[in-house]
Design a protein around this ligand. Structure first.
Ligand code: GLC
Length: 549
């Protein structure tokens, strides 16, 4: 297809529905809450929203355990609320992407309920991965796979059969070799595309197909963040599914897009998901995982652009999401790699210097926004929110916390409901007196949208201004990125030529420890993540943009 996709240069705002805005005061965010705040998102200047799952779900994994793919959970509202949200978003020019969860369903899904009551070997069990155990009495799991949420990836039923769940036991893996599974998801896609959604985010996109025979991994352990080679991730067979899905997406007007969530060992493997007849985008988790170092960022920017470009796909840029430690806290510790991991959370907490983290996060925003490609923002990063490490144990809901027996904090700390206004919880997240599903820190009064609006030095103002400049000044999408040589290893300087008639933008980011001159810059910056020195030097942990002259 030759037409240029709207998504190639889009800024997409990830909305964790449960924690965005609560219209009815039950402590959980909902679809009407989202609709009531759409003007905030247009003011912020994003192009599209990605809504995390709002389907019927027992919430064993925050909604990534779907019991009915065609209905809205009463906690989040109704299908009519969804239609209203979509209509109101479209009226404002905002596109809407929904989350599709095809690797597994909830144990409450009708298919799994039918499998539970059916006998071993029955057709009802063939839609999942049921197996006999090892050992004389089948008392050991069928293979050595470990759950990404810790513990074995298999659970045994009273009748002796074991079933596979790469995540929680309440999330049985579907068998994608079964034609009914394929047909069902094709229909689920059509259900939402017919309603008018503009795209889908595919959860665990690399997991659907398992190696034939479900062979042992041969070594213990998996991680959510680093996709080691395993028999359950990144099998060639997944690509055929996405080719079929692409043809479904392409049968709709106006254009519908898909983005893959796939934690893979390298960008070459990721690029296979965005070949021309497959998906439009994949999250760039290498960028997210880069440590605070000029060399690391330059390498990941170059390799992402080159490798994604080689298959004709846009690069995406992302710093945070609902599965990783918020980047203010991550960058405070200067760690990279799988730092987001629920695993690393306690180590990161111990090292966090939040003022430093916020300076770096603001600089990272100005590094990310002028890069060619599409950007994903995670709700609350525009407020500079840190990870909340000190949630009380009894408030935590992430299965990672429970399954690791508390040795890992899990992902609740990046999911704390947003502060909108006011001096005490729920800070406008819900009606006064309502109690958010996770407690909000006392310090969040000063981080609220109301507290930051109109304040020149606030992080919200930085995002609003930078997103406006990105729209106005930088040649987006496929434009060129030109690195400029800069003495000193820990400084990145690049140019983004403007659209016809526009001068373009020079961006410099200081990741080092001393203030530096930016030779190519002339005049005052268009925008800076923090003040320059009185003689115009770029301080450490600071980024700025200038008009190219
Ligand atoms: C993805 C989601 C995560 C979820 C997991 C299982 O990684 O982003 O939140 O727990 O899939 O569905």
């Amino acid at each position: 297809m030759s037409r240029r996709s709207w998504s190639r240069d889009a800024v997409i705002y990830q909305l964790y529905v449960r924690s965005f805005a609560d219209s009815d005061g039950d402590g959980t965010g909902d679809l009407l809450g989202v609709t009531s705040r759409l003007d905030y998102l247009t003011d912020l200047g994003v192009d599209a929203l990605w809504l995390t799952p709002f389907y019927r779900s027992p919430m064993a994994d925050g909604g990534y355990d779907v019991a009915d793919y065609r209905d809205v959970d009463p906690r989040f509202g109704t299908l009519a609320d969804f239609d209203k949200l979509l209509m109101e978003a479209h009226a404002r020019g905002l596109r809407v992407i929904i989350d599709v969860v095809p690797n597994h369903c909830s144990d409450q899904h009708v298919w799994f309920q039918a499998a539970l009551t059916a006998a071993p070997g029955s057709p009802e069990r063939q839609r999942f991965h049921f197996r006999l155990g090892r050992g004389e009495a089948g008392e050991r799991p069928p293979n050595d796979w470990q759950s990404i949420f810790r513990g074995p990836a298999w659970t045994r039923l009273p009748d002796g059969d074991w079933y596979l769940h790469l995540f929680a036991p309440e999330q049985p893996d579907l068998n994608w070799d079964h034609p009914e599974v394929r047909a069902e998801f094709a229909n689920v896609l059509r259900f939402w595309l017919d309603r008018g959604v503009d795209g889908i985010r595919i959860d665990v996109a690399h997991g659907l197909v398992k190696a034939p025979g479900l062979p042992d991994v041969g070594h213990q352990g998996t991680t959510l963040l680093v996709g080691d080679e395993t028999p359950f991730f990144d099998q060639d067979g997944v690509h055929e599914i996405y080719r079929e899905w692409r043809s479904i997406l392409d049968s709709y007007e106006p254009e519908r897009i898909a983005v893959a969530e796939a934690w893979l060992p390298n960008v070459y493997r990721t690029a296979r998901y965005v070949r021309p007849d497959e998906l439009h985008q994949a999250f760039n988790f290498e960028f997210l995982g880069a440590p605070w170092s000029a060399g690391a960022y330059r390498r990941v920017v170059d390799s992402s652009l080159e490798v994604m470009g080689s298959v004709g796909a846009p690069t995406t840029w992302v710093m945070s999401n609902h599965d990783v430690v918020r980047h203010v806290s991550r960058l405070a510790a200067g760690v990279g790699g799988a730092a987001g991991g629920a695993r690393a959370a306690s180590g990161v907490a111990a090292q966090a210097d939040l003022a430093l983290g916020l300076r770096r996060a603001r600089a990272a925003t100005l590094l990310m926004l002028p890069l060619p490609g599409s950007v994903y923002l995670y709700q609350g990063e525009e407020l500079g929110l840190p990870e909340v490490f000190d949630l009380p144990d009894e408030a935590r809901q992430d299965p990672v916390f429970v399954r690791s027996k508390g040795t890992e904090l899990g992902r609740d700390g990046c999911r704390v409901p947003l502060p909108w206004s006011g001096s005490q919880p729920p800070y406008g997240f819900g009606p006064a007196g309502s109690v958010p599903w996770l407690p909000q820190p006392a310090s969040w009064a000063e981080s609220s949208v109301a507290a930051q609006s109109g304040v020149a030095s606030s992080t919200l103002t930085l995002y609003r201004d930078a997103l406006r400049l990105r729209r106005e000044l930088v040649a987006l999408g496929d434009g060129e990125l030109r690195w400029l040589d800069q003495p000193g290893d820990e400084v990145l300087v690049f140019e983004r030529p403007g659209r016809a008639g526009d001068p373009g933008v020079l961006c410099a980011v200081n990741l080092g420890s001393v203030a530096v001159p930016v030779a190519a810059a002339t005049g005052p910056p268009l925008i800076a993540s923090g003040p320059l020195t009185p003689d115009g030097l770029l301080p450490p942990d600071t980024a700025a943009w200038w008009t190219i002259r």
